[in-house]
Design a protein around this ligand. Structure first.
Ligand code: DC
Length: 209
C-alpha cells in the first residue's frame, strides 16, 4: 500500500512520514529531498536554475538515490547539504519546471512501484500516486510552522524564517493542493505520536484483517 503525505513546509510531513514508515515497516520516500538534491547538483555545476531543459537532462543523467537515511546524487552524499538555507531558497525555482517534474515524477512512480511505502511531498496524492490507499494532507498555522523551522534551521532569525516560509508557500502554490479524497489533518496542536496514530488508524482500516 502507498500512503501519500502532502502539505506545506513545516506542517510536520517528514517527521510524521518517517515515524509512520518505521511503525508500519514500510519504506519511506522523501520526494522533497529529490528536488533538493537536484538543486544542489545544479548549483555545484553552475547550471542556471532557469534552464528547465538542462535541469531535466541533469535529473535524468544523475538520479537521486537513497541508502537508508542517506541521500546521494552524482557521486556525492548530500544528506546534510540539501538542508542548508541556500537550498531552501533555490529549490522552489527548480521544482517549478514542468520538464523537471516529469523526470522526477517518473522516478518517484518507479520507487512507489517497488512495494509498500510512505511517500511525502506536495503532489503525491494528486499526481504521483493518485491510487494511494491512504492520502493525508497535513497543515499547521503559520506561526507554528515558523517555530518548527527555527528548530530545524537554528542559524536563521525568526523574521528571515517567516519570510522564507511565505516565499516558499507562494512558489510551491502550483503544486500544493490536497487531493479530493485526502484526509486533512491540522497538526498545530498535535504531537507527532498523535498524528502518526491517526494515520496508522486510516491505514489499518484500509488493510484486510
Ligand atoms: O518538502 P521539502 O521542503 O523538502 O521540499 C523541497 C521543495 O521541493 C519545495 O520547494 C517543494 C518542492 N517539492 C515539490 O514541488 N513536489 C514534491 N513532491 C516535493 C517537494
Amino acid at each position: 500500500m502507498i500512503v501519500a503525505i502532502d502539505g506545506p513546509a513545516g506542517a510536520g510531513k517528514s517527521t510524521v512520514a518517517r515515524a509512520l514508515a518505521e511503525r508500519l515497516g514500510f519504506r519511506y520516500l522523501d520526494t522533497g529531498a529529490m528536488y533538493r538534491a537536484l538543486t544542489w547538483l545544479a548549483l555545484e555545476r553552475g547550471i542556471p536554475l532557469e534552464e528547465a531543459d538542462r535541469l531535466a537532462a541533469l535529473a535524468t543523467d544523475a538520479p537521486v538515490t537513497f541508502e537508508g537515511s542517506r541521500v546521494r546524487i552524482g557521486g556525492s552524499d548530500v544528506t546534510a547539504a540539501i538542508r542548508e538555507p541556500r537550498i531552501d531558497r533555490a529549490v522552489p525555482v527548480v521544482a517549478r519546471h514542468g520538464a523537471v517534474r516529469t523526470v522526477m515524477r517518473g522516478r518517484q512512480r518507479e520507487l512507489a512501484d517497488e512495494g509498500s511505502a510512505v511517500i511525502e511531498g506536495r503532489d503525491i496524492g494528486t499526481v504521483v500516486a493518485p491510487e494511494a490507499g491512504v492520502k493525508v494532507y497535513l497543515v499547521a498555522d503559520a506561526a507554528e510552522r515558523a517555530r518548527r523551522r527555527m528548530h530545524d534551521r537554528p542559524g536563521l532569525g525568526a523574521d528571515a524564517l517567516a519570510t522564507d516560509l511565505r516565499l516558499r508557500d507562494a512558489s510551491d502554490a502550483a503544486q500544493m493542493r490536497p487531493a479530493a479524497d485526502a484526509e486533512l489533518i491540522d497538526t498545530t496542536e498535535l504531537g507527532i505520536a498523535e498524528v502518526v496514530d491517526r494515520i496508522e488508524q486510516l491505514v489499518r482500516a484500509r488493510q484486510p484483517a
